[in-house]
Design a protein around this ligand. Structure first.
Ligand SMILES: *Cc1c(COP(=O)(O)O)cnc(C)c1O
Length: 403
């Protein structure tokens, strides 16, 4: 739930208009602290997965907390530099990119995870052992299933499949490639601590083949609560379990490994709220539609993958409960919520969508030639505009107008 008060959200809508993305810096800081505390005493580094929310002000705030950054494109690497991160604080974990982009990242001097044998071979041929890299593995893990089997994830496009281990070792041997990191990222919204523990097991199994590996990178994917009463990943338990696994590995083998994580959602999801205004109330058959001044062009997660976003009617919190479809204004069926019990909605009411920090503004578009929302950031109790609302000229930007 938002850590900002309804009054702060209402005042923000008044000052900055709607639709509006509102972020809370201190909530991001608190989530980072929670991670640090859960892993206190461990040799661990956290890299914020920037693709969740890349506004440069957010990146700068994350940097100020001491967190490092994980980028999914060369442009994110460049944004991270602009936000003040040092190359040594930047990790570049991409997939299926041109080798030229990896060369560019190498020139900048960031940490690089490579996700294909083809690019690993090119890198090894070009630089041999002079520039340590990470290898993204596909661990063939299915949550809740048998964990080392190759079904389930056998179709995943990410990483080097475990089945190709021999070829990977061959590349290492032939080119002299220096592999420093073994990386996995098994998915998002993984609640089960077991899944992470199994990932570690898989990696600690194969790390024997890689004497130069110093880092185990477990990616992101921590779950945060979306529904009221729902539980996220038990980060504290995860810290305890993983510390145990790595300690006993070290006792058995005498080998010390550093652990990296790339949390996106965990750091910024709950720090964001999306405020929309109800433009039209419509009754069709037995259904009440609350039409709002937004759509899948601003928040696509419900339509894209059926995500639940909790909604509050901050204009009428004590109204009698009714059932609504909350819908957008785009020329597709863009339902934000179906059959959702909400305090009575009136035209003009402000609705606040929770968990709007991660993968929300970031996936917005100009579809239907509508402006993307403005973004504001609360820090020390004060709201600050961090992205202006678009204007008509923005829709024409980069268009070449002929005669
Ligand atoms: C998207 C992504 C993350 C972050 O995932 P969250 O679910 O937001 O924590 C981390 N690492 C990689 C490689 C990713 O692609």
């Amino acid at each position: 739930m938002s850590t900002l008060s309804s009054q702060q959200l209402i005042d923000s809508a008044k000052s900055f208009g709607t639709p509006l993305y509102v972020y809370h810096a201190e909530k991001i800081g608190a989530q980072y602290d929670r991670l640090k505390n859960a892993f206190a005493g461990a040799d661990v580094r956290f890299f914020y997965a920037a693709k969740a929310l890349t506004n440069i002000n957010i990146l700068r705030y994350v940097r100020s907390t001491g967190c490092s950054i994980d980028c999914s494109s060369i442009n994110e690497v460049k944004l991270a530099l602009l936000a003040g991160f040092e190359p040594t604080q930047i990790l570049y974990t991409s997939n299926n990119i041109l080798f030229e982009e990896i060369m560019e990242a190498k020139e900048i001097g960031v940490h690089i995870n490579i996700d294909s044998l083809s690019n690993l071979r090119k890198f090894g041929n070009a630089f041999a052992g002079t520039y340590p890299v990470g290898v993204r593995l596909r661990p063939n893990i299915m949550a809740g299933g048998n964990l080392k089997i190759s079904t389930g994830h056998a179709e995943s496009k990410f990483g080097v499949p475990l089945e190709d281990m021999e070829e990977l070792l061959q590349v290492q041997k032939e080119t002299g490639l220096h592999i420093r990191t073994l990386h996995i990222h098994t998915g998002s919204e993984i609640k089960d601590v077991e899944v992470f523990a199994k990932g570690v097991e898989v990696l600690l199994d194969v790390v024997n083949y890689f004497p130069t590996v110093e880092v185990i990178d477990l990616g992101g994917g921590f779950k945060v609560p979306y529904m009221p009463g729902e539980e996220g990943t038990d980060i504290e338990k995860l810290g305890t379990v993983l510390k145990q696994e790595f300690n006993s590995f070290e006792e058995k083998t005498g080998r010390h490994l550093q652990v990296w994580f790339e949390p996106g959602k965990f750091l910024v999801s709950e720090a964001g709220t999306f405020i929309v205004r109800v433009s039209v109330l419509k009754k069709a058959g037995d259904t009440w539609f609350a039409g709002v001044d937004s759509g899948l062009n601003h928040l696509i997660r419900p339509m894209f993958y059926g995500s639940y976003h909790h909604i509050e009617n901050i204009s009428n919190p004590d109204g009698p409960t009714r059932i609504y479809h909350v819908v957008g204004n785009i020329c597709e069926t863009d339902n934000f919520a179906e059959n959702r019990p909400l305090p009575e909605i009136r035209e003009g009411d402000l609705l606040a969508f929770q968990n709007a920090g991660a993968y929300c503004f970031e996936m917005s578009s100009y579809y239907n030639s509508r402006f993307r929302p403005a973004e504001i950031l609360f820090e020390n109790g004060e709201p600050r505009l961090i992205r202006k609302r678009d204007q008509l000229e923005d829709l024409l930007q980069n268009q070449v107008i002929g005669r």
